[in-house]
Design a protein around this ligand. Structure first.
Ligand code: R5P
Length: 281
């Protein structure tokens, strides 16, 4: 039985279809004081697969409630699928006195489950914060699917050296093109400094690929330093968080289309990770 968090309903339904398992009835409620209540009335199954991206603190609490609710209903095995793991970028104590937030949330989630899967975590090492270690599902190859087939001498770029593997994966799946990366220095949550890549992009179509687009600063500033005369610009990412004015920023930067997966449900979530998760399960 597939149990959906409120922020992952489309992906949960796709996964249920992929696995040919029923989708549990789920109710999401909120008390007058703001506290949440996520419930699974009438659930009876041996195994429950809870699918919930922790896109907010509320989504995180909701996931803990759903894990607890299915156990309370008598389910023997609980598998937790976290398509997008929130707080994963806080994977170390960056200043004295800071928490390792990724570890804190992973510990809480681990207490209610027998197994955890998460899709393309920001750093694979966060999987080790779960007990037992979470499985990382890789879905980046499918990001090539929505790209137009007629890209002109495509260049696949990543905003920093750390994401070059993603750009290479998308290029390999697309079947042709060059890869390179920008140099990125992050000054704050919304301020990044980007310096250009070596490759010449004049007259060529560009695909910029990252794991997450959050505020869109990294992507829009990468695009701003591209050579004049660049062809069409596409951006792809696994997790289209697209917070605040990210879509406007990218549109103003000249992006023709934003393509992401359904780990986060947005207008750009055109690629489903359900087959990749089903294959791992
Ligand atoms: C950070 O290293 C990630 O890979 C992304 O580059 C980052 O999360 C994007 O954030 P934003 O869209 O806010 O620049």
């Amino acid at each position: 039985m597939i149990v959906s968090g409120s922020a992952s309903q489309t992906l949960a339904a796709a996964l249920a279809a992929e696995l040919e398992e029923p989708l549990a009835p789920v109710e999401y409620d909120r008390f007058p004081d703001g506290e949440l209540l996520a419930a699974v009335p009438g659930v009876a199954a041996d195994r429950a697969i809870v699918v919930a991206s922790t896109v907010s603190s509320d989504a995180h609490v909701e996931l803990l409630q759903l894990q607890d609710a299915v156990r309370e209903a008598g389910v023997d095995e609980v598998i937790t699928v976290i398509p997008y793991m929130g707080y994963a970028r806080q994977d170390e104590a960056f200043d004295p006195g800071h928490p390792v937030s990724a570890r804190a949330v992973a510990r809480a989630i681990s207490t209610g489950t027998d197994r955890v899967l998460t899709v393309t975590p920001h750093e694979r090492a966060v999987c080790e914060f779960f007990e037992p270690t979470a499985t990382a599902v890789d879905a980046a190859g499918r990001l090539a699917e929505p790209l137009p087939a007629d890209l002109t001498e495509p260049v696949f770029l990543s905003p920093d050296a750390g994401a070059i593997d993603l750009a290479q994966t998308v290029r390999d799946a697309y079947g042709r093109g060059e890869t390179d990366y920008f140099e990125k220095v992050r000054h704050s949550g919304s301020e990044v400094e980007i310096t250009p890549s070596d490759v010449t992009v004049a007259g060529r179509d560009v695909v910029v690929t990252d794991d997450i687009i959050a505020t869109g600063s990294t992507m829009s500033q990468s695009i701003d330093v591209l050579d004049e005369g660049v062809g069409r610009i596409f951006v792809t990412c696994v997790h289209p968080l697209l917070a605040n004015n990210a879509v406007t920023k990218l549109s103003r930067a000249g992006v023709e289309a934003i393509y992401g997966t359904d780990t986060i449900e947005r207008g750009s979530s055109v690629v489903s990770v359900a087959p990749a998760i089903a294959a791992e399960l």
